[in-house]
Ligand binder design. Structure first.
Ligand SMILES: NC(=O)C1=CN([C@@H]2O[C@H](COP(=O)(O)OP(=O)(O)OC[C@H]3O[C@@H](n4cnc5c(N)ncnc54)[C@H](O)[C@@H]3O)[C@@H](O)[C@H]2O)C=CC1
Ligand SMILES: CC(=O)C(=O)O
Ligand SMILES: [Mg+2]
Length: 372
């Protein structure tokens, strides 16, 4: 199979879909890999590193989209990339379609076969291709939030850990899953006072098992969230309903109740965000202010620690990339129900139920497409 990997073009997105060691494994399995020149620049990997791994280097993304049987990326295809997709071509990348009607419409029109990293599942019920980036984004969240709490960041000038004699920041984390747990680990390490909120009491039990009494836990309901948000210096939103648009758990009235100079970090923004006042921002212009509250809503947070993130992502994606390349997408999806859950769009049909429901498309199951 001919596999192509273009340079990412989303704002400040320095990750790359294939690292050299993944190229080497694909080539060893008998495949050809085409990299766009400088695709690995942001992770410190040169064209020569990719040549040594067995790739060919091409000058333009056009060439990749025109020739590749499968395109492997990181972020959802941008409009100019979507225009290059075609029937019979497989796209393997993050998509986050439910909150993104224009992208979904373009992918449907392209008739390409679009497999989303974020809806591939595992036996344990986890999302193995989202997991590593949720770890990264979760660990980054208190770090970027701490900068926003600084006076220069627009915040009220609070040091997350306080100092002896002065209170630490009150950090509320909504969602005690992968990114929420990683955010708690770092916020606690920085000395903040941390409260975790989830509607799944088992997730809260796991947090207490992991962090002991250092972390407070609260069941997720409207009243509890309103009470905690009002008093928080920083609220980190990390909720997820897989594949679906994120629920707006923090209303604009709750945001207005916060003190001026407090901060929200909406990690869930890639699924539309869990704060009513959120809109996606970029690494070049990451924050804006609503009702005195600094909002950080970058939808590709791991893109700013691209080297760590690209290697962590490839650790998770490579077995699936190899299966798609070795068997072809149809057989790979027939053999693996978890990979099958990644199929979101195929030849003009929406094949992921939450996306179809949220955006008003007819839902066609992957099983019916594969004749299972
Ligand atoms: N902005 C960025 O750059 C990145 C964003 N993400 C996003 O972060 C979000 C979270 O991902 P993960 O931590 O992997 O998900 P996860 O599935 O591990 O955790 C989500 C948690 O939210 C909880 N939840 C669902 N509804 C809730 C409610 N009404 N109230 C309270 N809790 C609720 C679930 O019980 C679960 O514990 C996803 O949207 C993911 O795509 C992930 C990586 C990077
Ligand atoms: C998961 C995601 O959206 C990201 O890593 O950018
Ligand atoms: Mg206010």
């Amino acid at each position: 199979m001919l596999i192509g990997c273009p340079k990412e073009i989303k704002d400040s997105e320095d990750r790359v879909g294939l690292v050299p060691s993944s190229v080497q494994e694909l080539v060893a399995s008998g495949h050809e890999v085409m990299m766009e020149t400088n695709a690995g620049q942001g992770i410190g990997c040169s064209d020569n590193d990719y040549l040594a791994a067995g790739a060919t280097i091409v000058e333009t993304a056009d060439e990749i989209f025109a020739k590749a049987d499968m395109v492997v990326k990181v972020k959802e295809p941008q409009a100019v990339e979507r225009a290059k997709l075609r029937k019979g071509q497989v796209l393997f990348t993050y998509l986050h379609l439910a909150p993104d009607a224009p992208q979904t419409e373009d992918l449907v029109k392209s008739e390409a076969t679009c497999i989303a990293y974020e809806t591939v599942t595992s036996d344990s019920g986890a999302l193995p291709l989202l997991f590593p980036m949720s770890e990264v984004a979760g660990r980054l969240a208190p770090q970027v939030g701490a900068q926003a709490l600084e006076n220069n960041g627009g915040g009220m000038g609070i040091l997350l850990g306080g100092v002896p004699g002065v209170d630490p920041a009150e950090v509320v984390i909504i969602g005690a899953g992968v990114s929420g747990t990683n955010a708690a680990r770092i916020a606690l390490g920085m000395g903040a006072s941390v409260t975790m909120v989830d509607r799944n009491v088992d997730a809260l039990r796991a947090a207490v098992d992991r962090f002991g009494t250092a972390v407070k836990t609260v069941y997720s309901n409207k009243g509890n969230i309103a009470r905690l948000v009002e008093k928080a210096d920083m609220v980190i939103g990390t909720v997820l309903i897989p594949g679906a648009a994120a629920p707006k758990l923090v209303t604009k009235e709750m945001i207005a109740s916060m003190r001026d100079g407090s901060v929200i970090v909406d990690v869930a923004i890639d699924q539309g965000g869990c704060f009513e006042t959120s809109k996606a921002t970029t690494h070049s212009n990451p924050t804006y202010v609503v009702d005195g509250v600094v909002h950080y809503c970058v939808a590709n947070m791991p893109g700013c620690v691209a080297r760590t993130s690209a290697f962590a992502l490839n650790n998770a994606t490579l077995p699936f990339t190899l299966a798609l390349a070795n068997k072809g997408w149809q057989q790979a999806l027939k053999d693996d129900a978890h990979l099958r859950n990644g199929l979101n769009v195929h030849e003009g049909k929406v094949t992921y139920k939450a996306v179809a429901d949220d955006l008003g498309y007819d839902y066609v199951s992957s099983e019916s497409i594969l004749g299972l």
